[in-house]
Design a protein around this ligand. Structure first.
Ligand code: URA
Length: 254
């Protein structure tokens, strides 16, 4: 990087508070640069060389952030909401103001959600023309038509007449079981679009109801099984490389 930035900007960018909060912290001696207490928050630092600590903890500067979140139910896939907690509220101590979720999961849907500040990658991952597979696990109540797989593979119509692109439906082994007297099946559905409530509406169009929905993957990115709902981690170099490879190949013109 080799670019010098102000100390207060460095810490604010990393979500450590507003500039005035950071100035207060500096006054109290909570900030160190290269092992020495620093009270001048307008001084410049080199993020590649200088070591910055807040309350004794090292703060790393990342220009681009890529975070894999296991979104839990009950949390909104937005950056701000008046009434509910958002996915950004789950990032303890690093509430960077520039992060946003790539696409949306319903409030009652859980699973893989990528958070980033890389708008270009996000745009490409969401473009239907990129054909990025999203795989969902669902529990579905009701009687699935015998030809459900074929209808979904052919590209079906939602109840309001909206057409959706072909999708791949797999019924899982333990196909049917009873849950509180209701017939349920477990399925995997792979779609490449992200229309509003798409998975739920596809099953509704077949007279069924999604009672549980979880996103397992997006392109090459697979939800880390060691994460619990609400937990997150940064993407590995390899995950990021594969994600970019898929998103940036072909169609250089859009
Ligand atoms: N389809 C849905 O119906 N809901 C989601 O959250 C994602 C896909």
């Amino acid at each position: 990087m080799g670019m010098n930035i102000r100390l207060d900007r460095f810490l604010a960018d990393m979500g450590k508070g507003s500039r005035s909060e950071i100035r207060q912290a500096a006054k109290k001696g909570r900030i160190q640069v290269n092992g020495k207490i620093e009270k001048q928050t307008d001084r410049k630092i080199d993020p590649d060389r200088d070591q910055v600590m807040l309350d004794g903890k090292s703060v790393q500067y990342h220009t681009w952030e890529y975070i894999m979140l296991y979104k839990p139910q009950g949390v909104i896939s937005a950056t701000e909401d008046l009434h509910h907690r958002t996915v950004l509220d789950l990032l303890d101590g690093e509430n960077r103001r520039d992060l946003f979720p790539v696409g949306r999961l319903d409030v009652d849907t859980e699973g893989l959600l990528l958070l980033t500040n890389d708008g270009e990658l996000a745009h490409r991952l969401l473009s239907p023309r990129k054909h990025v597979d999203k795989v969902y696990f669902a529990r579905v109540a009701g009687q699935l038509p015998k030809d459900a797989r074929e209808r979904m593979a052919a590209g079906m119509m939602l109840e309001d007449g909206t057409p959706v692109q072909p999708a791949k439906l797999e019924l899982l082994k333990d196909e049917e079981y009873q849950n509180e007297g209701e017939q349920e099946i477990r399925i995997l559905l792979t779609i490449q679009e992200g229309k509003y409530h798409q998975v739920k509406r596809m099953f509704e169009a077949m007279g069924c109801r999604v009672v549980y929905l979880k996103r397992l993957s997006m392109g090459p990115l697979v939800l880390d099984e060691t994460l619990l709902p609400g937990e997150y981690r940064r993407l590995t170099q390899e995950e990021l490389a594969r994600l970019k490879e898929g998103a940036f190949q072909d169609q250089k013109t859009d």
